[in-house]
Write a protein that binds this ligand. Structure first.
Ligand code: KG4
Ligand code: ZN
Length: 336
């Protein structure tokens, strides 16, 4: 079965082709991505209308390039999958509309996929895929969740953020430091030259006893610190970046370990854009090695939004018998 996946929930247009063979882990044949980051950078964040228009421009050329690269024809595609949500409504509608148009033209079923399930299953695209069950730490620009994952489609939320997501904490703090959008990778880079102990920043909910997160207060603390520094901010920027990153990473680390303790599971999967963070990976790797817990990540290039994870999630849901592939083309999107 050949699954074409289309991702258009935010500021990346992603298209990919995944092939299933029996019950084996589906194989990625090719994927293509266009990032709109450069276009939105001038505005300091994603401009939804511009995002939708750019998805329209990119999605068919990307589809053609994916087909060309894999040597497959469009009419060999068995299922067309798209990101149904969450995301920007107009952006989601582009992927949904194109997927359904392709489905109608081919007479093939169309499947709406949950964006977070895509992130969650993205480590299965790697050379060393995880085995079920596992604890998942899902850390993106819009979400921060810990989950117990029993099998495809069997997810229990153990804890989540009560306000900002971890990626938002990175991005908003970075903005306060005058870094470009999206700030996460920039802040991480600056942090490499800084002293993570230089500033005392809060670790919200670290000792709350549950597995929830809160990052809104951290952003305020960074703002207060930046204001206090005044003219000295420029020379202390890397120290403040390093201290901010250390606060976010410590909370993610401790809560992930607590989730492993609580569930008794011996495997951790980290997914979503913040999963690309080097400091987070180093600390999780070290702590998990001490506990004999295996950690799985998506490949770096597939941590942030992409079409491969959408095709993969659709393929795995079909394999698990969770989707009755029907050729109905009344599509919808779920921005929230
Ligand atoms: O998963 P993703 O591409 O989009 C959402 O579904 O939200 O995640 C994007 C988020 C942004 O907040 C971005 O700043 C953050 O992931 N991010 C990072 C790094 N790379 C991306 N945060 C910290 N360190 C990184 N290296
Ligand atoms: Zn995402």
């Amino acid at each position: 079965m050949l699954v074409l996946g289309i991702e258009s929930s935010c500021d990346e247009t992603g298209v990919a082709l995944v092939e299933t063979q029996g019950s084996a882990v589906p194989r990625l044949l090719s994927h293509a991505l266009h990032s709109q980051i450069a276009m939105h950078q001038a505005y300091g964040g994603v401009v939804p209308e511009l995002a939708s228009r750019d998805h329209i421009r990119r999605v068919l050329p990307l589809t053609q390039s994916v087909l060309g690269e894999s040597g497959r024809d469009l009419d060999e595609v068995d299922v067309v999958a798209y990101t149904r949500g969450p995301g920007l409504a107009g952006a989601l509608l582009v992927g949904a509309g194109v997927a359904c148009a392709l489905g109608v033209a081919l007479g093939k079923p169309v499947l709406g996929v949950h964006h977070l399930e895509g992130h969650l299953l993205s480590p299965f695209l790697s050379a060393d895929p995880p085995e079920f069950p596992f604890v998942a730490l899902l850390v993106s620009g819009g979400h921060t969740q810990l989950m117990a994952v029993e099998a495809v489609g069997r997810y229990e939320i153990l804890g989540e953020t009560i306000d900002d997501a971890a990626g938002e904490a990175f991005d908003k703090s970075a903005k306060l430091l005058g870094l470009p959008y999206p700030g996460g990778p920039w802040l991480a880079k600056l942090a490499e030259q800084g002293d993570s102990q230089a500033f005392k920043l809060p670790r919200p909910l670290l000792h709350s006893g549950d597995l929830d997160f809160s990052f809104a207060g951290l952003k305020t603390a960074v703002l207060t610190q930046a204001r206090r520094l005044g003219d000295d901010l420029e020379s202390r920027k890397s120290d403040l970046a390093a201290s901010t990153q250390a606060a976010i990473v410590e909370v993610l680390l401790k809560k992930s370990l607590a989730a492993l303790d609580r569930t008794g599971l011996g495997r951790l999967v980290v997914a979503g854009g913040v999963g690309a963070n080097r400091s987070l990976r180093e600390q999780l790797n070290a702590a998990c090695a001490r506990r004999n817990v295996r950690v799985h990540y998506p490949e770096l290039a597939l941590c942030t939004d992409n079409g491969a994870m959408i095709a993969m999630a659709a393929a795995m849901r079909m394999q698990a018998g969770l989707e009755a592939a029907s050729a109905r083309y009344a599509f919808d999107v779920k921005p929230r």
